[in-house]
Design a protein around this ligand. Structure first.
Ligand SMILES: *Cc1c(COP(=O)(O)O)cnc(C)c1O
Length: 460
């Protein structure tokens, strides 16, 4: 594949933005193909299927996971007001918040969607991963002509002959591994070299086999796929192509809608909803955005957040459909502390679905991730993993940057921004060991040094 320096027209974005991107400078990219009224229903991609599957097996989930006792087997997370975080961020002048910081109050209401605290798996991966394993288990029982609960001894006798395998930087492995092992499958997780040691340890402690691979996330997925191929007793959960994962994530839209309703939040064109979601390969944020678009149409605006070293979805959506693109093509190295987001190429299943549906993507450097992880704890007492903090500056980008103002104008939003609701999707953290959280907090605290401008104008 040729490099972009010889092909400036390969990506549909201003040359200055492409340059910033290759220099690892944070940007907000507004999707030129965004179509507020794009037909978003894709036949056979029905979030309702996933909702029903979760409902059908809630009693099983409740029995096999003590953590799901309280929710009667429902895999869900809270929606919490986050204006306290908004106040701190709008006045935070870290070394890397130049472009998106404001000297004015944040507008609209901020919320945080607490997938960092999703039971059992501790990340957004519980949604997609659980859904896929439930669906595999159902199919297996059907193909054996057996009718029984997924946690019956008869089911587990059948499952024990099968392997569920997955390639992951960590969180997907935790989600798939934990539920597969609990239902009686043999579980194998292929991990990239950037996977965190504690995640490997955790998996092994649950009897899950961990296979380590040199190289990045894509290499781990490819190795897992190759090993499963041709084995009729192995199911490979393919993060780059899986419809079942995607649908599992999409069911989150319904959950959010119910919660917004319960808080009395109105979503319509006069009260726009903005949702900001960290993006790795694209399955989780893509599924959630897809579900939300189906529900709210042009009243919802979805933005993804990616590390400056791994903007794979941004590059994919900014290039011609069907082209193979990786972050290495523009000289980036895909090295980031946000292990859940360290992905070199976007999902070929999800990227085409997002082409007209997604409003835009902003990028975040690692320092900002640590700073914002720290500021979240300072303002709201919550501990998340750095990947989960990637979404936090979304509203500030929209409010304070040239590109964000352009988006507002283009979509007739300027007059309604005070009635907007912003949902920051917090995607992981509750399984992170305390010693790791301490390190994250320490790194964030060290970055708290005030911006030179702050002394002039004073932080809020
Ligand atoms: C996996 C993950 C994401 C992104 O999900 P993708 O499906 O890879 O795009 C975001 N945050 C965390 C913590 C994750 O583990």
């Amino acid at each position: 594949m040729q490099t972009t320096t010889h092909e400036p027209d390969r990506f549909s974005m201003p040359a200055s933005q492409l340059e910033s991107l290759s220099k690892r400078e944070p940007i907000l990219w507004v999707n030129p193909n965004y179509a507020p009224l794009a037909l978003v229903d894709v036949q056979s991609l029905e979030p309702a299927q996933a909702l029903e599957r979760f409902k059908r097996h809630a009693p099983v989930l409740r029995r096999v996971f003590a953590e799901l006792e309280a929710s009667a087997g429902q895999v869900s997370s809270a929606l919490e007001p986050a204006n306290a975080l908004a106040d701190v961020l709008a006045g935070a002048f870290g070394p890397c918040s130049r472009q998106a910081s404001l000297l004015e109050p944040a507008r609209g209401n901020w919320w945080i969607k607490r997938d960092d605290a999703l039971p059992v798996a501790g990340s957004v991966k519980a949604r997609g991963g659980f859904h896929e394993v439930l669906s595999v288990a159902e199919d297996l029982l059907a193909s054996h002509g057996v009718q029984c609960e997924l946690d019956s001894s008869e089911a587990s006798r059948i499952f024990s002959q099968y392997t569920v395998a997955v390639g992951s930087t960590g969180n997907l492995g935790l989600s798939i591994g934990l539920i597969a092992a609990r239902l009686g499958f043999r579980a194998v997780v292929h991990m990239s070299s950037d996977a965190k040691a504690w995640k490997k340890q955790r998996l092994r402690s649950h009897g899950i086999q961990v296979v380590e691979h040199e190289g990045d996330y894509a290499a781990a997925v490819a190795a897992g796929r190759a090993q499963s191929e041709g084995d009729p007793f192995s199911h490979f959960v393919d993060d780059e192509h899986s419809v079942a994962l995607f649908l599992g994530y999409s069911a989150a839209a319904d959950e959010l809608a119910v919660q917004l309703d319960a808080h009395g939040v109105v979503v319509d064109e006069a009260h726009p909803l903005f949702v900001y979601i960290p993006c790795g390969v694209g399955g989780a944020p893509g599924g959630i955005a897809y579900g939300l678009k189906q529900r709210y149409g042009r009243a919802v605006h979805c933005f993804f957040a990616e590390p400056v070293a791994s903007p794979c979805m941004l590059l994919q959506l900014a290039s011609a459909p069907g082209q193979e693109v990786s972050v290495y093509d523009i000289g980036l190295d895909n090295r980031t502390e946000a292990d859940g987001l360290a992905v070199p190429s976007a999902s070929p299943l999800v990227a085409p679905l997002m082409r007209e549906m997604l409003s835009g993507i902003f990028t975040v450097d690692d320092e900002t991730l640590f700073l914002d992880t720290y500021l979240l704890h300072q303002s709201m007492g919550l501990l998340v993993e750095p990947s989960a903090a990637a979404s936090f500056r979304g509203p500030l980008w929209l409010q304070g940057s040239e590109e964000g103002k352009f988006y507002q104008k283009q979509n007739g939003l300027e007059r309604v921004m005070d009635q907007a609701n912003h949902v920051l999707w917090s995607t992981g953290g509750s399984l992170v060991p305390e010693s790791e959280h301490l390190k994250f907090q320490e790194r964030g605290r060290a970055l708290r040094a005030p911006h030179p401008q702050a002394s002039k104008n004073g932080p809020r």
